[in-house]
Design a protein around this ligand. Structure first.
Ligand SMILES: *Cc1c(COP(=O)(O)O)cnc(C)c1O
Length: 371
């Protein structure tokens, strides 16, 4: 039998030939819109902390107060009883998103995986946008339902699949994202919801990258505490009966330790700031639009702007060149995105100034001009 290390070394060699090897790098410090990596101070265009709340003094103070209650939760939410921080956070999340109830999970990944796998089952149909996040697909696979993908934001294709497959299945779920994580565009949520209603499908939206509450009220809204709210964790917001059923059936909730009090307190404080200061979301969107204009790219729907590159190795080279100039901008490669569509992905933060955005635009234009 070959050694496990040989097997992994072979896998790595194959991935390396395709430019798919990933490397972990330590960040020594984060402050404001900057991070320090390998001794370099970089303007951070790589984070999902869009509203800048992970660095907000009020949010940090809440985390410190929470930490005084204990560093860890000690058990899953259902075993010894849960931290008092859950109820106010869940009530606030439900109210903010216009839903009756909410349930917090230990990550957005766990919220998507656990919810979809708990609600759907064998004999059901799940229709998902081609570009939805891996955790929705993983949840769909785990559920045992039939999974079909429709072309990105393509209502007509989704409807054709519904005509073809809906009648053969018991329940049907239509899955999409509010803002797509690698493309930065928005789903046509109104049309998708109407489509779901026409075909007796339940509408499930992952709003991980949204900067504010959605204009529609899906049957199930899934979100994260780790992006705009700058903490960690995920949540589901839905009618009370849906939440009650998830409490009895979502395996990542049942079989994984609860979040620590510090995280619950900081997410709650961040939500209060986001509610009280809606200008933050408008500012960050305006900065992303400014960068798009300067690079002659389509206007982004929120804080994410993909800059198309194409080839994996070129995307890596451009990302490295930007790093040398003081900008942290990740290269996104397959399998995260389809082959041949490697890109730089710029994430805006409410703490970036217009001058900083303009400096990044200049550096990117120079790279493109030289290519
Ligand atoms: C980041 C992300 C998640 C996962 O959220 P975490 O809180 O980081 O686990 C889920 N869905 C989408 C669309 C995401 O971008």
């Amino acid at each position: 039998m070959p050694a496990l290390t040989d097997h992994c070394t072979e896998q790595l060699a194959r991935a390396s030939a395709e430019g798919r090897v990933r490397r972990l790098r330590a960040v020594e410090r984060q402050e404001g819109a900057y991070l320090w990596r390998e001794g370099r101070k970089l303007l951070n265009f790589a984070g999902n902390d869009y509203l800048g709340l992970s660095q907000d003094a009020r949010v940090i103070a809440a985390a410190v107060q929470g930490a005084a209650l204990g560093a860890g939760a000690g058990s899953s939410r259902l075993i010894s009883g849960e931290c008092a921080g859950y109820a106010p956070l869940e009530q606030a999340l439900a109210a903010y998103h216009g839903q009756a109830a909410a349930l917090v999970f230990s990550s957005g990944y766990a919220a998507n995986l656990g919810t979809i796998a708990a609600l759907a089952g064998e004999g059901d149909l799940i229709l998902a946008d081609k570009l939805v996040h891996a955790c929705m697909i993983d949840g769909a696979r785990l559920s045992g339902a039939t999974l079909k993908r429709f072309a990105h934001n393509d209502i007509a294709h989704a409807e054709a699949l519904l005509h073809q497959h809906r009648a053969l299945h018991r329940h049907c779920f239509l899955l999409t994202e509010a803002i797509f994580s690698m493309d930065g565009d928005a789903a046509p949520l109104m049309e998708m919801q109407a489509l779901a209603e026409r075909h007796a499908a339940w509408f499930v939206v992952d709003a991980a990258h949204a900067l504010a509450p959605l204009a529609v009220q899906p049957d199930v809204l899934i979100g994260t505490l780790s992006k705009s709210l700058g903490a960690v964790g995920g949540f589901v917001a839905a009618p009370r009966a849906v939440i009650d059923w998830l409490i009895s059936s979502a395996r990542p909730l049942l079989f994984s330790t609860a979040l620590p009090p510090s995280v619950l307190a900081s997410a709650y404080a961040a939500l209060r700031v986001a509610e009280a200061e809606p200008q933050r979301a408008r500012d960050v969107h305006a900065r992303a639009q400014r960068l798009a204009e300067k690079l002659a790219l389509p206007a982004p729907a929120a804080a994410i702007l993909p800059v198309p590159v194409g080839e994996n190795t070129r995307a890596m080279r451009w990302s490295e060149a930007l790093e040398v100039q003081g900008f942290a901008v990740p290269a996104i490669r397959p399998p995260t995105v389809p082959p041949g569509t490697a890109r730089l992905r710029v994430s805006m933060n409410a703490r970036h100034t217009e001058a900083e955005v303009d400096a990044l635009a200049e550096a990117m234009r120079a790279l493109r001009g030289a290519a």
